[in-house]
Design a protein around this ligand. Structure first.
Ligand code: PA5
Length: 389
């Protein structure tokens, strides 16, 4: 659902043709491997069997990675109720010694394993944390073979520092496919292995994403013009329509605090895919009702350059009433409001949602006229760090 600042239904006169053209174009893109939700059966089996072994011998799995290498699986784990006895911890997504120390303190004296995830294999933050965690493994398990049996490397199939080290030391490895970039990789081994260890039903997750894809592709093939049948294209088209006017901030709003990491994943997906060439909608997020008491004032009466997308899940009691009241208030405040519905918070529907956002993001970036799959700007800070080091 999408309502413009004057209360009109934005979906009524929407022209989906440019977005359809870009969706067709995407099929031939060398970095759109995620579009078909590819599942390598042998890799999936290896993921499940390895996860089971980790569940047997580890109280903790420390996932080391940054950006697309950790946000997607953390988002799903946080959105669901953990079913496994192995707790997932995160490291290497910043350079804070305090954060790392907290992880080291928590695993101290406990049985743990490490999943280091880096497509390039050279990213500074995970590389440093991995070095520290290897020392911690050695301190606890004393023996090279025992240590290596507790390290799982998810990286490029052929090259990179992590790939080379894994090959030399004999770690178990999982592959980040060549044609899938970090922020589109949650439904590959990058996300599937830690999710399986966390007790998430990865078959249902993939089933949901595949169902979303199949429905979309069928509707695209029959050249549907029904906005809800091509929802990713509708969302992409509408947000770019506002981007072309005056709106340069999009807020993803949720009334469920457990969806905060999903919002972070969404911000990374859209921010890195669209923010380039002096263009792009700045992705931000709020958790209500908490943020109604901080950013609520700005949203209601501040600068009118914001569009707001409500991620709607089934809510109960006061929270449901508060959501309806807030949407009505923000419409009164002339914020263009979009609503994305998730039937329930489970693996299948999260799989659907991930596919929905990945597809809308790629199409939205294409409508905007930028490459959804690169991030040349991220290199600048890395170069500066290198030269300062
Ligand atoms: O989306 C992306 O490509 C990035 O956010 C990467 O995931 C992030 O920079 C980490 O890169 P790597 O997996 O190579 O360590």
């Amino acid at each position: 659902m999408a309502t413009g600042p004057d209360g009109q239904n934005e979906l009524e006169n929407i022209d989906l043709n440019p977005a359809k053209k870009f969706a067709e174009e995407l099929r031939g893109d060398p970095m759109a491997g995620w579009l078909t939700v590819p599942v390598d059966r042998a890799e999936l089996l290896k993921i499940k069997q390895t996860a089971e072994a980790v569940n047997q011998n580890s109280e903790y799995l420390v996932c080391v990675g940054i950006g697309g290498s950790y946000l997607g699986h953390k988002a799903i784990i946080d959105a669901l109720i953990p079913k496994s006895k192995t707790k997932i911890l995160y490291a290497g997504n910043n350079l804070s010694t305090l954060s790392l120390k907290k992880v080291l303190d928590e695993i101290d004296g406990k049985d743990f394993s490490v999943n280091v995830i880096s497509k390039s294999g050279t990213t500074l933050e995970p590389s440093l944390a991995f070095e520290v965690l290897k020392k911690k493994l050695m301190e606890r398990y004393k023996d090279e073979d025992r240590v290596k049996s507790r390290i799982f490397a998810t990286t490029d199939a052929r090259s990179g520092a992590l790939h080379d080290e894994a090959e030399e030391k004999g770690y178990t490895t999982f592959v980040v496919p060549d044609n899938i970039g970090g922020r589109y990789s949650v439904l590959t081994a990058v996300g599937l292995f830690p999710l399986a260890v966390a007790g998430v039903d990865i078959d249902k997750l993939l089933f949901g994403a595949t169902a979303e894809k199949d429905e979309f592709m069928t509707n695209l093939a029959k050249n549907s013009n029904v906005p809800s049948e091509l929802a990713p294209l509708s969302y992409a088209t509408i947000r770019q329509k506002y981007h072309g006017k005056y709106h340069d901030v999009e807020i993803l709003a949720s009334f469920e605090p457990e969806l905060q990491t999903l919002q972070e994943w969404w911000k990374q997906l859209f921010g890195e895919s669209e923010g380039k060439d002096g263009k792009g909608i700045f992705p931000a997020s709020v958790i209500y009702t908490t943020d109604l008491h901080s950013l609520g004032q700005y949203l209601q009466q501040g600068r009118r350059n914001i569009i707001e997308t409500f991620l709607k899940i089934p809510l109960e009691g006061y929270n449901d009433i508060a959501e309806r009241a807030t949407i009505a208030a923000h419409k009164e405040g002339k914020i263009p409001v979009f609503e994305i519905g998730v039937k329930q918070l489970d693996e299948e529907n999260l799989g659907r949602l991930i596919y929905f956002f990945e597809l809308s993001c790629a199409i939205s970036a294409k409508i905007q006229g930028v490459n959804p799959f690169d991030q040349p700007g991220v290199e600048t800070y890395k170069k500066n760090i290198k030269s300062m080091l």
